[in-house]
Design a protein around this ligand. Structure first.
Ligand code: CAA
Length: 380
C-alpha cells in the first residue's frame, strides 16, 4: 500500500499552507470577535482555485482530486475554520452537487461562476423542524406548469447572507414523502426571497449563518436539479461528499491546535524545565498526535474512495464522526497545555475549541453519522 502523496498534491498542500499563513492568520482573531465574514480572503481563495477544487476546468474549476481537497481543507482549517467552512460548502455541497447532477445549462450559467470564485453558493436543507430529520421538509415548491412557487423557512444556512446562488431543498408532492422532494437553484434578489438576521454563534464566528425566508418565490422549471422527486437523493449524495470536507475541517482544527500546543510546550517552563519534559504533558501530546493521524487516514481513505468511484457513504460518515470527536478532544487538551494563556484570545486555541464544536453538529450530527455507519455495517 502506497501512502505517499503525488508532487501535485504536495504542491496544493503547500500552496494552501502559504495562503493560510499569509492571508488568513492576520486578522483571524479580530474577524472572530467582530463576526466579520472573510470577504477579501474568500475572493483570493477563488482566484487561487480553492473554491472549485474538484470541478472540471471547462466549468471554471481546478480539476483536482478529492485527496488534494482534503489536504487544502486541513491547512486552511488549521488557521481559520470560518474561512474553511465557506470553502467546504461552496466546493462539496454546491459545486460538486451541480457538477454531478446539474443540467448543462445550469453548469454553464451557475457552476462556472461558483467554481471560479466569481460567485458564492449556499446549501439550504435545514429547517426549524427538519435538521437531522431531513425528509420532513416543510418548505414547499408547488408546480405551476413552467415554474414552481416556493414558500418556507430555512435555518442555520452557511454563507446565508454572502451567497449569490442558493441550492434549496423543498417538498413538491407531500404524499410521496422523501420521493416528492426537489432541489432548486435560487438567485439572491429574487422577489419574495428574504435573508434573516445573522446568527450570533459560539464558533466559526467569521462565517455567515442566517435563516432564509421564501414567500411565493417564482422559480423557473429549468432551475430544478435532476428529475422530479430527485431532491432528497441529491441532498444525501451531496452531503456524503460534504462530510469529507467537514471531516477535513475538523482534522485541520485539531492539527492546528496540536501544533500550537506542541510549540508552546517546548517554550513554556515550569518546575525548572520546558513543560514538554513533564510526562503529564508529553503523554497528552502523544495521544493528540496519534488521534490526529488516525483522523487524517480516515479523511484520506474517504477521499481516495470518492476519487476511485467507490461508495464513500460509510467512509465519509466515519471520517466525520471520528475527526470531529478528535477536534473537540484535542482542542480541549491544547487549551489545558496552554494553561492560563489557553484562555486568552491571542493564543488562538480557545477559538479553535469553540470552532471544533460545530463539526459535531453540521452536515449531520455525530448521532446522524452513527445512524449512517450502523446502517452501512448492518447492510440496511
Ligand atoms: N445516497 C443516495 N441515496 C440515499 C443516501 C445516500 N447517501 N442516503 C439515503 N438515501 C436514500 C435512501 O436510499 C432512500 O431512498 P429509497 O426510498 O428510494 O430507497 C431515501 O434516501 C430515504 O432514506 P432513509 O430511509 O435512510 O431516510 P431517513 O429519513 O431514515 O434519513 C438520514 C436518513 C441519514 C438520517 C438523513 O435524513 C440525514 O442524513 N440527515 C441529516 C441531514 C443533514 O446532514 N443535515 C445537515 C444540513 S446541511 C448543512 O449543515 C450544511 C451547512 O450549512 C454546513
Amino acid at each position: 500500500m502506497d501512502f505517499s502523496l503525488s508532487e501535485e498534491q504536495l504542491m496544493i498542500r503547500d500552496a494552501a499552507r502559504d495562503f493560510a499563513q499569509t492571508e488568513l492568520l492576520p486578522g483571524v482573531i479580530e474577524r472572530d470577535e467582530k463576526q466579520e465574514f472573510p470577504k477579501d480572503q474568500v475572493k483570493k481563495m477563488g482566484e487561487l482555485g480553492f473554491m472549485g477544487m474538484m470541478i472540471d476546468p471547462k466549468y471554471g474549476g481546478s480539476g483536482l482530486d478529492t485527496v488534494s481537497y482534503v489536504l487544502a481543507m486541513e491547512e486552511i482549517s488549521k488557521i481559520d475554520a470560518s474561512a474553511s467552512v465557506v470553502m467546504s460548502v461552496n466546493n462539496s455541497l454546491v459545486c460538486y452537487g451541480l457538477q454531478a447532477f446539474g443540467s448543462e445549462d445550469q453548469k454553464q450559467k451557475y457552476l462556472t461562476k461558483l467554481a471560479s470564485g466569481q460567485a458564492l453558493g449556499a446549501f439550504c436543507l435545514s429547517e426549524p423542524e427538519a435538521g437531522s430529520d431531513a425528509t420532513s421538509q416543510k418548505t414547499t415548491a408547488i408546480d405551476k406548469g413552467d415554474h414552481y412557487i416556493l414558500n418556507g423557512t430555512k435555518n442555520w444556512i452557511t454563507n446565508g447572507g454572502s451567497a449569490d446562488y442558493y441550492l434549496v431543498i423543498a417538498q413538491t408532492h407531500p404524499e410521496k414523502k422523501h420521493k416528492g422532494i426537489n432541489a432548486f437553484i435560487i438567485e439572491k434578489g429574487w422577489e419574495g426571497f428574504e435573508i434573516g438576521p445573522k446568527e450570533n454563534k459560539l464558533g466559526i464566528r467569521g462565517s455567515d449563518t442566517h435563516s432564509l425566508q421564501f414567500n411565493d418565490v417564482k422559480v423557473p422549471k429549468e432551475n430544478r436539479i435532476g428529475e422530479d422527486g430527485f431532491g432528497f437523493k441529491f441532498a444525501m449524495k451531496t452531503l456524503s461528499g460534504g462530510r469529507i470536507g467537514i471531516a477535513s475541517q475538523a482534522l485541520g482544527i485539531a492539527s492546528g491546535a496540536y501544533e500550537l500546543a506542541l510549540e508552546y510546550s517546548k517554550q513554556r517552563k515550569s518546575f525548572g524545565t520546558e513543560i514538554c519534559n513533564h510526562q503529564a504533558i508529553a503523554f497528552k501530546l502523544a495521544d493528540m498526535a496519534t488521534h490526529i493521524e488516525a483522523a487524517r487516514h480516515l479523511c484520506l481513505k474517504a477521499a481516495w474512495e470518492k476519487d476511485n468511484k467507490k461508495n464513500y457513504d460509510l467512509s465519509s460518515a466515519m471520517a466525520k464522526l471520528y475527526a470531529s470527536q478528535v477536534a473537540m478532544d484535542v482542542t480541549v487538551e491544547a487549551v489545558q497545555i496552554h494553561g492560563g494563556n489557553g484562555f486568552v484570545k491571542e493564543y488562538h486555541v480557545e477559538r479553535m475549541m469553540r470552532d471544533a464544536k460545530i463539526t459535531q453538529i453540521y452536515e449531520g450530527t455525530s448521532e446522524i453519522q452513527k445512524i449512517v455507519i450502523s446502517r452501512g455495517i448492518l447492510n440496511k
